[in-house]
Design a protein around this ligand. Structure first.
Ligand code: NAD
Length: 250
């Protein structure tokens, strides 16, 4: 594998072939001029990326991977750092829901959500941090959730995974700040994507009542915040949870 250092900063975005992750990848490429490796489990979405991406598609590099595969994800991160000679930004975005009330939640639904949403971010962070520490700089961004900050009925597994991401974020920030590696989390509120499209209309109407700005967020709203945290404009921020939720958490 060639190891010429990329002139462009290099980012990895997990779960980046649709929804919030795709907008994050777009923003990092189109606004911050980065080269972005998009990791996703759905092969067809990765294959369609180049066609649907728009300007800057040549700076996208899609890889099919299940982020719960610790060894696989670690190797992928190492390969990216070697291939491009650097790794500047790691966005742990891949996430799923398996909702159900606590009393009826199966072990499998608990464990699957913890593995995809939380364990994967640990694997990604540990792998990326090794390279960032060596190059004395980097930004790790974990996509948490309003549910991780506040808890949410029917989401014991999801809210625990997202609260866990906040603990991971703060610990990573504390351990790596002396090496100029920053780590922050974003807690999106109710964002219009396939994940929320799957909810019943009644649940959506109810959610709107609790959003002070009276609208669902768009994936771009989250991508703008990620681009800020990824950039030097946030050079003095680490260990923070940025709530991008229309004012729900205040
Ligand atoms: P989405 O379902 O549209 O996208 C999630 C992406 O992750 C998909 O492309 C999916 O294929 C990928 N993915 C799932 N499991 C994976 C795995 N094991 N390995 C690799 N990729 C995998 O969801 P979204 O709304 O864009 O959510 C993105 C992130 O934002 C998630 O972590 C989600 O929990 C978080 N979030 C979303 C909302 C919201 O309202 N949409 C709110 C708060 C937080």
């Amino acid at each position: 594998m060639s190891s010429t250092t990329s002139e462009k900063p290099v980012a990895i975005v997990t779960g980046g072939s649709r929804g919030i992750g795709l907008e994050i990848a777009r923003e990092l490429v189109q606004t911050l001029g980065m080269r972005v490796v998009v990791v996703d489990i759905v092969e067809s979405q990765i294959n369609e990326l180049a066609d649907s991406f728009g300007p800057g598609a040549e700076n996208i590099d899609g890889r099919v991977m299940d982020v719960t595969d610790s060894e696989g994800l670690t190797k992928l991160v190492d390969d990216v750092a070697e291939q491009y000679g650097r790794l500047d930004v790691m966005v742990n975005n891949a996430g799923i829901t398996r909702d159900g009330l606590l009393l009826r939640m199966s072990d499998e639904d608990w464990q699957t959500v913890i593995n995809v949403n939380l364990s994967s971010a640990f694997y990604g962070t540990r792998a990326a941090a090794k390279h960032m520490v060596r190059q004395r700089g980097g930004s790790i961004i974990n996509i948490s959730s309003f549910a991780g900050v506040e808890g949410n009925r029917g989401q014991a597994n999801y809210s625990s995974s997202k609260a866990g991401l906040i603990g991971l974020t703060k610990t990573t920030a504390k351990e790596l700040s002396s090496k100029n590696v920053r780590c922050n989390a974003i807690a999106p509120g109710f964002i219009q994507t396939d994940m929320t499209d799957a909810l019943p209309q009644k649940a959506k109407d109810m959610a709107l009542e609790f959003i002070p700005l009276k609208r669902m967020g768009q994936a771009q709203d989250i991508a703008y915040a990620v681009a800020f945290l990824a950039s030097d404009r946030a050079a003095y921020m680490t260990g923070q949870v940025l709530c991008v939720d229309g004012g729900m958490h205040m």
